[in-house]
Design a protein around this ligand. Structure first.
Ligand code: PLP
Length: 400
């Protein structure tokens, strides 16, 4: 290749693509093109996205995180190409950790927030690794597929007591009236059962550490979070994209086991390294920070809880009113995040599926172990989307 061709190529490489010069996405153009629509002064995607996770995030978060990939903080560099030790990213991590604690009301109460890899599934293993003593035991509440996944891992570390289970009824309710042994090293529960559409409305009082998998309802409702000693949640429902897991841990419960804990699985190591023991998933952490900032601007958990209740009430009222449908979870344990329901007559499936798809709804199909439908109504799903689904259900009734 002659030298002029080579220098032409080099110059081409140096050219910045045009969109990098754009300070922000042109929302107006996107609205005009029909990709997104303007509802109540808020931009929402055109689809009514009921996906169980990964799932809908606030439109504002999508725009800001996309912008950060093109040009982060006006640095003329992408978020994806700077060092995680750069102070611009270090401050993202610091703010995300602090804001998670602030939103949960746990600042200054001896808790640490960590953003880790491996999904909630890795926490199934890290929890017993860190908390179960050698020859110790732990108590687990079995409320669904994810709870039983956690139980399976704990069994490798010591005696794992399943103190109650709703498995015989295909996990359609939350067991009550169980006893937590006071000599167990911790009690583990799952606050919201994403697949089966049940949610714990109250939590047992106990004198042992309480560990909770809050993957599918963290930041969605007010709770006294200080009653929990360790909370974990995969980000990909109410917090951000897949790829990062939030762990909130009360530091005083650590260091009680004499077993060797590999560094990457050791909560204390992650705390000591300020959640930067190794390269963190920078995009997922940054996008989680944006979602937490959005939540704070919305008025925090108390404000979003009211909207979540309104959405759930609207949908459950229609499930109960409409003779064509039936909820699969017992009423008192119904989840405000994932509503599971079936058609009473399976022969209506084709027409119902056509109707909701035509209405721009996506992600409504239930998990294969339950069948039917699952409407996941995470924080970012607008009330209007629930109204659209309810209208489709009424429409089906009119058409049958
Ligand atoms: N726990 C709950 C309650 C979940 O809903 C899920 C996934 O949907 C998991 C754990 C597993 O999460 P991950 O895929 O992040 O490992």
């Amino acid at each position: 290749m002659d030298t002029s061709k080579i220098s032409q190529l080099i110059n081409k490489q140096k050219e910045k693509p045009e969109h990098i010069h754009q300070p922000h996405f042109n929302l107006e153009a996107q609205v005009n093109s029909g990709r997104i629509k303007n509802t109540h002064n808020n931009y929402t995607m055109k689809k009514h996205n009921y996906s169980a996770g990964p799932c809908i995030l606030p439109q504002d978060v999508f725009e800001k995180s996309a912008q950060a990939i093109l040009n982060f903080n006006g640095m003329d560099l992408s978020l994806l190409e700077i060092s995680h030790r750069d102070k611009a990213f270090v401050s993202v991590m610091e703010e995300a950790r602090a804001l998670a604690l602030e939103l949960l009301g746990l600042e200054g109460k001896g808790y640490q927030a960590l953003f880790l890899h491996g999904g909630a599934s890795l926490e199934f293993l890290m929890v017993p690794y860190n908390l179960m003593k050698e020859n110790g035991k732990a108590a687990y509440l079995d409320t669904g597929t994810w709870a039983s996944g956690a139980i399976k891992e704990a069994k490798h570390f010591g005696e794992t007591l399943v103190i109650a289970s709703s498995k015989p009824e295909n996990y359609n309710h939350i067991p009550k009236n169980y006893t937590i042994p006071s000599d167990a090293n911790y009690f583990h529960c799952t606050s919201n059962n994403t697949i089966f559409g049940t949610q714990m409305k109250s939590f047992p009082e106990t004198n042992i550490p309480v560990v909770c998998d809050m993957s599918s309802d963290i930041f969605s409702r007010s709770l006294d979070f200080s009653k929990f000693d360790l909370i974990y949640a995969g980000a990909q429902k109410n917090m951000g994209p897949a790829g990062v897991t939030l762990v909130i841990v009360k530091e005083e419960i650590l260091g009680k086991t004499s077993r060797y804990i590999p560094s990457m699985l050791d909560y204390q190591q992650h705390i000591d390294k300020e959640s930067m023991y190794n390269t963190p998933p920078v995009f997922a952490v940054y996008t989680s920070l944006l979602t937490l900032q959005w939540l704070k601007k919305m008025g925090g958990i108390a404000a979003i809880e009211k909207i979540n209740e309104a959405k759930a009430n609207l949908l459950y009222a229609e499930i109960d009113r409409n003779p064509l449908f039936k909820g699969t979870a017992v009423k008192e344990d119904r989840s405000n995040m994932n509503a599971t329901f079936v058609l009473n007559d399976k022969s209506h499936t084709e027409i119902f599926d056509q109707l909701w798809k035509a209405a721009g709804i996506s992600g409504l199909t239930g998990h294969r172990s339950v069948g039917g439908y699952r409407a996941s109504m995470y924080n970012a799903l607008p009330l209007e989307s629930v109204q659209v689904l309810v209208d489709v259900m009424k429409d089906l009734e009119n058409k049958i």
